[in-house]
Design a protein around this ligand. Structure first.
Ligand code: IPD
Ligand code: CA
Ligand code: CA
Length: 268
């Protein structure tokens, strides 16, 4: 395993110890609402601190972008992008679908990725150019050819309803044109599932960098395609993301196309 990936795995495991301990007594947690329907607990903060401590010990000069703490450090070349607990709403309800997501961005490219699910002990990892793995076994996207036979993951809008009408129109078409839609509630794991071939594809509107940086590399390294709703590169910036095996990717773009408002198209 690449040494930088190794440190990221150590950081993810340290965070998951905190998360798993806290999951045994959710009622005792202090929960705060960041904005409407957007909750954060002391676990999110403690897990993020544990990740940054572990990474900083190994790489004192690197910069960090964490969901809870924002940007720390000025290194433009090495930025760790961290979601300490992806799926907080699930976690706070005891619904066992959440993970830790850590990515390293170097000179604009994501080069290392870890997504760790403490409930299933699933460790998804990737290093750019070296493939994607689940617990040390190589993973690949599916080779399903038809969208009609595919299972597609998604995320519903839940705090910002600006695109709700467009989303509902997309969902309606996807329900008709696929074998089934799933909304598990952790975007980082959804992307890992595309990489592992458990989903044929995934789409969601308006995610944040920490939700998708690691998962995007997993899909890419598993032989899948990742793009914005027009198939272009802006997905990490806009958070409008489609990820799938190459055949299904094209059919997903075609299905989404009629529902794209200007705000959902690739930036000029
Ligand atoms: C959320 C999850 C969810 C997705 C949301 C994300 P959080 O992350 O990934 O699946 O639908 O858009 O914000 O807030 O639990 O880290
Ligand atoms: Ca998240
Ligand atoms: Ca989070």
């Amino acid at each position: 395993m690449h040494p930088m990936l190794n440190i990221a795995v150590k950081a993810a495991r340290n965070a998951s110890l905190i998360i798993t301990r806290a999951s045994q007594d959710i009622g005792a947690l202090t929960v705060r609402s960041k904005t409407y329907n957007d909750y954060v607990s002391e676990v999110d903060h403690a897990a993020e601190a544990a990740i940054i401590d572990t990474l900083r010990e190994a790489y004192p000069t690197h910069a960090f972008l964490g969901e809870e703490g924002g940007v720390q450090g000025e290194d433009q070349e090495n930025l760790w992008i961290i979601d300490p607990l992806d799926g907080t709403t699930n976690f706070l309800h005891g619904f066992p679908q959440y993970c830790v997501s850590i990515a390293l961005q170097q000179r604009g490219k994501i080069t290392q990725a870890v997504v760790y699910d403490p409930n299933r002990n699933d460790l998804f990892t990737a290093t750019r150019g070296r493939g994607a793995f689940l617990n040390d076994r190589r993973i690949r996207v599916t080779n399903r050819i038809r969208l009609q036979e595919s299972i597609i993951g998604t995320g519903f809008p839940f705090r910002d309803f600006a695109h709700l009408d467009a989303y509902m129109a997309m969902l309606k078409d996807m329900i008709k044109k696929t074998s089934g839609i799933r909304r598990p509630g952790s975007a980082a794991l959804d992307l890992a599932y595309v990489a592992a071939g458990w989903f044929d594809g995934f789409w969601e509107i308006g995610l944040s960098k920490w939700d998708i940086a690691a998962g995007g590399l997993l899909v890419h390294e598993a032989g899948g395609l990742v793009g914005d709703f027009e198939g272009n590169e802006s997905w990490l910036e806009t958070g409008n993301i489609v990820a799938a095996n190459p055949k299904v990717f094209e059919q997903m773009l075609q299905t989404l196309r009629p529902h794209l408002t200007d705000a959902l198209k690739s930036p000029a």
